[in-house]
Every structure is written in C-alpha cells, then in structure tokens.
Design a binder for this molecule. Structure first.
Ligand code: FAD
Length: 416
C-alpha cells in the first residue's frame, strides 16, 4: 500500500518515519508544531548505543533513586504537585521493576537498537549527511573499583544473551586512553559497539534529504486531532483546518498523550526533562564518549566542542533553564577531569524525554483507526532507536514484513 501519509512530529522518530515512507513511494507531509529537529532530538548527547539494553526500571532502582529525590541538587528531581497521570506513571514504573520485565524489555530493546544503528550507517552514507557519525565506543567510568565490579554481572548477562558486551579497562589504562581524566579513578567498561553523532547536524541533514526526496515539510503547524469514522482516519485536524490523508503517523514525543486521546489510546508517556551544555572550543577534554555512572552524567566529543548532558526532572512541561541544574552537570564532570569544567549559559539546552514506565516505545496501530500508527515514547534512547522505529513503521504501513517483532511495543500492553 502507498498513497498520501501525514507524519505528525518532526523529531528523530517522525523524521525517520517520513524518510522511510518516502523511500517506499508514499507522498509524505511532515507536520511540526515548531520546527523539524527542534524538540528533544536537538541537544541530546547523540549516543547511538546498543549498550543501552537495560531499562531504567529494574529491581533496586527505586531504592537507589529515592534518596536522590530528597537531596538538594541531585540529577533526579520530582516537582511536588498533584499530578494524577504522573502518580499513575510512577506506580506503573514500580510494577516494572522485576527481573522478568527486565528480561523481556532487554530483548525488545536489543532488536530496536540493532536495527537503529544499522539504519544510521546506511542513511548517513546514502544521503551524505555530515553528522560526525563515528564508532569510537563508549566508556562507562567508575570513580572507584568497587563500583566497577558492580557491572561485572550485568556485562556477563548481556554478553551471554546478545554476544556483545564491554571490555574492562583498569585505572591506569583509562588514564592512557583519556589523559584529561583525574588519576586514581576506578576504571571503566568500554563498549566498543557504541557510536555517536551530533544530533542537531543529523536532524538538519535529514531535513535536507527529506526535501530532496519530495517530502512536504510544514513547520509551525500544530495537529489537534484526527478526523475519520468507521475505523478509518481521513484527515489530520490542525489549527488552520483539516488536511486530508490516506494514513497518519503520530510521532509527537513527550506531547503524544494529548493527541492520542483522539485515536482512542491512553498512553503513559510523561516528560522527563534533561539538560545539556555544549562547550565550544573544549574538544581536547574528551576523545571518547563517556558516562560517569555514579553521577549520571554523559560526555560526548564533537568537532570543536564537547557536550555534557544529564538530569531527569519530572516537572511537567516546565520550560525554565535553571543555572543550578547546569552547574550540576559541570560540577559533576569536574569530579572526573583534572581541570575544572565551567558552566556557560551559551550552549545550554534542555529537552523533554518521552518517558514510558517500562522503557519501551509504542510502535503500533491506533485502537480507533487502522490507518493510523503511533511511534512515541522512546524515553532515554530515542536518538538511537528513532531510525529503527521509522523503518518498522514504514514497513507495517506498506504491508511489508517488519525488521523486528513489533509485539513488545504494542499499545495497551501490561506494565509490569
Ligand atoms: C539531556 C538528554 C540527553 C539524551 N541523550 C541521548 C542519547 O545520547 N542517545 C539517545 O538515544 N537518546 C538520548 N536522549 C533521548 C532522546 O533525545 C529522545 O528519546 C528523542 O529525541 C525523542 O525523539 P522524538 O522524535 O520522539 O521526540 P522530539 O524530538 O521531542 O520530537 C517531537 C516533535 O513533535 C512536535 N510536536 C509535538 N506535538 C505536536 C503537535 N500536536 N502537532 C505537530 N507537532 C507536534 C514537537 O514540536 C517536536 O518537534 C537524550 C535526552 C536528553 C534530554
């Protein structure tokens, strides 16, 4: 099947869906309330990371995270207010913290991550996108040796199941790999399988590729509902009127629950705010992407810059940029680098991650309309998994066999 399709939402997920649909001969219109690549897919850390198969919801997560809620200046924060969807979300998250759920989620995320990474390599090459895509691995750094030991069992579990994992790098070898790091750190686990890119550059390059392939890009156009009847959508309702179509993809990231109501779905997606700061001229700080696990801070080297990102705030769509949150990033990074890292307002950014309790996105047909697909809720790994999602959405709408089993990503699945 092909025809006209409207993709709502121009983040990495929607833009990837638009690209894959255009390749299959669909006449694609890409709508965005603001601009393509202007949401969470802009200033994130750019990891394309098959290493990230473990979901956030695991046995022990609540016990280790709860004290952080009450600590001043912690990377994890919840704004106290009566928010029933958020309370329901936390309850579902709690139910997902079981070994059985982790096991199932790991398998599903592994498939999605693998297809996502393969697709990046193909699209970057085919479209000539200069997004600084490189496979240099990712170092998961521990401040002390006890913490380093901690990951041994997880690494074994991953390696036995998927055939890849990390190699252990001791403190001395780490100092040789990254000479800007302080001496005396515990060491690191190096995931050679991980790649990284500069997200804003990738989104800009993909936008050019979409236009070249005939996709109509409508920025500044907000969708407010879906029009149709008898199980078939016939149009997308926008603030400026109804746009007729043969099919729809809803890929509106953290904003999806609002639109989902018009397609008969209740999706447990809440915004999880994160910050990043991009320090121009600081490229000598890091040669490899690195995660400071104990402080939950990620560092990505770019051409002529370095990006430091982290924090998870459940505070609704709060659009303020708070200096103390930015300082938290650089103060935490300073515990690992020889030279202190200074925060700057210039290069500061925040985004709302579309967080789902079990860590898996929704990739499925809408309950109310068989020609509407949802692709949303990519949580903390949407930059990695967006291209894989795009491919499978296009395959499902076009009647092709999907690259991976979409069953674990269905709408209405039990959380926990
Ligand atoms: C600090 C930080 C670091 C991160 N690092 C990484 C990383 O290293 N690797 C990784 O894989 N992931 C990372 N992530 C997560 C990743 O950024 C997200 O999962 C991903 O960007 C989500 O993409 P999306 O397309 O679903 O949403 P978005 O990029 O937010 O796009 C949604 C789009 O929908 C549009 N929209 C919303 N409502 C409407 C409407 N009604 N009508 C029309 N348009 C609408 C918005 O304007 C927006 O452009 C990070 C996130 C943060 C905050």
């Amino acid at each position: 099947m092909s025809g006209k399709v409207i993709v709502v939402g121009g983040g990495i997920v929607g833009a990837s869906c638009a690209y894959e649909l255009a390749l299959r001969g669909w006449r694609v219109v890409l709508l965005d309330a603001s601009r393509v690549g202007g949401g969470c897919s802009q200033g994130n850390c750019g990891y394309v990371c098959p290493s990230h198969v473990y979901p956030l919801a695991r046995p022990g997560t609540i016990a280790s995270t709860l004290p952080l809620v009450f600590r001043r200046n912690s990377p994890f924060a919840v704004r106290a207010r009566l928010d029933l969807p958020l309370l329901a979300w936390f309850n579902a998250f709690r139910c997902c913290c079981t070994e059985a759920q982790v096991d199932a989620t790991m398998g599903a995320l592994h498939d999605l991550l693998a297809v996502g990474k393969a697709r990046y390599e193909e699209v970057v090459r085919a479209e000539g996108i200069d997004a600084e895509y490189e496979q240099k691995g990712c170092l998961f750094i521990s401040k002390d040796e006890a913490h380093l030991e901690h990951f041994e069992a997880d690494n074994r579990r991953m390696t036995e199941r998927f055939g890849y994992g990390a190699r252990r790098v001791d403190g001395r070898a780490l100092a040789a790999l990254e000479p800007t790091l302080r001496e005396g750190l515990g060491g690191a686990w190096m995931f050679d399988c991980d790649a990284h890119l500069r997200p804003d550059r990738y989104m800009a390059g993909l936008r050019v590729a979409l236009l070249r392939r005939g996709v109509v890009v409508c920025e500044g156009t907000r969708a407010i509902g879906i029009d149709g009847g008898r199980g078939v959508a016939t149009g997308v309702v926008t603030e400026g009127g109804i746009l007729e179509t043969d099919a729809v993809v809803i890929a509106t990231g953290a904003w999806t629950p609002g639109l989902a109501r018009s397609i008969g779905a209740r999706l447990p997606i809440v915004p999880g705010k994160g910050y990043s700061v991009t320090l121009a001229g600081a490229e000598s700080l890091a040669k490899h992407p690195m995660v400071f696990e104990q402080h939950r801070v990620a560092v990505t080297p770019f051409r002529g810059a370095v990006r430091i990102g982290s924090t998870m705030e459940f505070a609704g769509f709060d659009a303020s940029i708070r200096d103390e949150r930015l300082r938290l990033l650089t103060d935490s990074a300073s515990l690992y680098f020889k030279e202190p890292v200074r925060a700057t307002r210039e290069g500061a950014w925040f985004g709302w991650r579309p967080m789902v309790p079990d860590g898996k996105p929704f990739i499925d047909r809408a309950p109310k309309y068989r020609n509407v697909m949802v692709a949303a809720g990519h949580s903390m790994i949407g930059m990695s998994t967006g291209p894989g999602t795009g491919q499978v959405v296009a395959q499902m709408l076009s009647g092709e066999p999907p690259a991976f089993d979409p069953g674990p990503f269905r709408i209405g699945r039990r959380m926990g």
